[in-house]
Ligand binder design. Structure first.
Ligand code: MSP
Length: 524
């Protein structure tokens, strides 16, 4: 089955930071997981949202045209995601013709159906978020932006409206019959709560005036005095990119990854637009929480963003895969915010990586080198197989269940449990003591080390979506790079057709992760 995974398209006005990198990384891990499953083609999309008013003002401040400014910043996002080793299949920019022409097509279809009409709009506009607030929401927020605290502006406009109210009942039905439509649960409940207040039609255009800001954006079909509201333009990216003969089979998306800030647009407005267009709805909108720093929200005014430069410094010092591991396993995947803390980074790095898979793989390869001249020994597998069945075999179904439910924290914990099982096996059986008398214990030492090596191989496959480079390094040292297209379950069969074979060369290679000193200052 084709699998389609998306990230938000990011405002081209900001510089990429940990938040953008995190969501795109989650999507990358998901894409890599699905590619590993080899159940069908995978399409992973990210990109930039370029028609926001802010682009015009910032461009002017930098003496550039809006498009030049967007070109420059879109390139920054591309660079950031390449640095994170994210394997997106396409990068959409909403200023591209392939997107703009599709948006016009969708708007026309909705007009034809009577789901878009011209009316008057009076409302409270949050200029910093490019978003209108309902009267109730504006009152609740004391007429300032709930995000930036800037005063809301009262506006009356002739606008094109989308008949959102008509989709209350069908959407409710969809929510009722698809419990995984919005995840996690807390976010689903949040949406349903607001949803019950009732849906009102929403403006989807803005008037074009002599102000250059208002001239940026896609014009309404057959009415150049209006441009399409940036949010509506942006949401359509998910469809426009795959709405081609070659990519059509990817629709509908398996998951739209977003954070909690843009939940309503994705959980209500976007699905309503899709229902109106007669398109299938995405399986899941996954709305994670926020990275914060030292307990405080990251913001421009506090100047406390974990910037791309900070992330690069961590990757440089501890390796990119260690950074990916920390972000994925300690990130705000559920409903609770996560703190980016150096102490926590080092703790997790040492526990999971340096003292975890790194140390385990190096211990096992050292012993194989020492006792069997680096050649994987032959063994009689009876008790080893039993041990695998009783202690380790569950890790794979647990991993699969968790990863399919997009719970990568739990999935990688299951993968790491295999490493812990190997450490336990070594502590219990002490092959290094047995090896003192190889003529008496050689067969037993062979059994133990072959089991350990094979368990590590299985673990490395499960860990690869988070740490592709480090696992490839291990595969290289052990000559067990998995062939493409085989499928995770077959690859992970213990001593299966893709398992390590007796006689395989197990070389030590470079240490995967060196231990870190917790007292050392954060990399700068
Ligand atoms: N352009 C809109 C999205 C349109 S999608 C059709 C937008 N862009 S944004 O640049 O502001 O990006 C918001 C997204 O960035 C969040 O939903 C989240 O994915 C990511 N993050 C931004 N800050 C974040 C944190 N502090 N923590 C985690 N992710 C955050 O909204």
């Amino acid at each position: 089955m084709p699998t389609y995974i998306t990230t938000p398209i990011y405002y081209v006005n900001d510089r990429p930071h940990i938040g953008h990198c995190y969501t795109t990384l989650l999507a990358d891990v998901t894409a890599r997981f699905y590619r590993l499953l080899a159940e069908g083609p995978v399409f992973f999309l990210t990109g930039t949202d370029e028609h926001a008013d802010k682009v015009v003002t910032s461009a002017a401040a930098h003496d550039m045209t809006p498009l030049q400014w967007a070109d420059r910043n879109a390139a920054e996002f591309k660079k950031a995601f390449a640095f994170m080793n994210c394997t997106s299949d396409d990068f959409i920019r909403t200023t591209e013709d392939r997107h703009k022409s599709k948006v016009l097509e969708y708007i026309r279809a909705l007009q034809k159906k009577g789901d878009i009409y011209l009316g008057d709009y009076v409302g409270w506009f949050d200029e910093s978020q490019e978003e209108y607030l309902t009267e109730t929401a504006a009152k609740e927020a004391n007429f300032v932006s709930p995000v930036t605290g800037k005063p809301l502006v009262k506006k009356v406009e002739k606008n094109y409206f989308f008949r959102l109210s008509a989709y209350q009942a069908p959407l409710q039905k969809h929510f009722d019959s698809h419990p995984a439509f919005v995840m996690p649960e807390a976010r689903r409940n949040e949406v349903l709560g607001r949803f019950r207040e009732g849906l009102q039609d929403i403006p989807i255009s803005r008037a074009v005036t002599s102000d250059p800001t208002s001239q940026w954006g896609i014009r309404m079909p057959d009415d150049p005095s209006h441009r399409i509201y940036v949010w509506i333009d942006a949401l359509f990216n998910y469809l426009s990119v795959v709405d081609t003969p070659e990519r059509r089979s990817f629709w509908p998306p398996a998951v739209h990854y977003i954070a909690k800030d843009i939940l309503w647009f994705h959980a209500v407005i976007w699905p309503a637009l899709l229902l109106a267009l007669g398109r299938e709805l995405p399986a899941t909108v996954y709305s994670h929480a926020y990275w914060v720093r030292d307990g405080r929200k990251m913001s421009k005014s506090l100047g406390n963003f974990v910037t791309i430069e900070v992330l690069q410094a961590y990757a440089q010092k501890y390796s990119l895969d260690a950074l990916r591991w920390y972000l994925v396993t300690q990130g705000p995947q559920g409903a609770t915010d996560a703190d980016f803390s150096h102490a926590k980074f080092v703790e997790v790095y040492n526990a999971d990586l340096a003292n975890g898979i790194g140390n385990c793989a190096s211990r096992v390869s050292n012993m194989i080198e020492k006792y069997f001249a680096g050649s994987l020994p032959e063994y009689q597998s009876a008790w080893i197989d039993r041990r695998w069945e009783t202690t380790s075999a569950d890790a794979i179904p647990t991993y699969l269940r968790a990863a399919r439910a997009l719970d990568f924290g739990a999935a990688f914990e299951a993968a790491s449990s295999l490493i812990k099982d190997v450490d336990d096996l070594i502590s219990e059986t002490k092959p290094f003591t047995l090896a003192k008398d190889m003529s008496a214990n050689g067969a037993e030492v062979a059994n133990i080390l072959a089991c350990c090596a094979e368990s590590i191989r299985v673990a490395s496959i499960l860990l690869a979506p988070a740490m592709p480079q480090k696992m490839a390094q291990l595969w290289q040292a052990w000559g067990c790079t998995p062939p493409a297209g085989v499928g995770l379950e077959a690859l992970c069969t213990f001593n299966g057709p893709h398992g390590l074979k007796p006689g395989a060369r197990i070389t030590k290679g470079d240490a995967l992760f060196m231990r870190a000193d917790p007292a050392e200052a954060p990399p700068a």
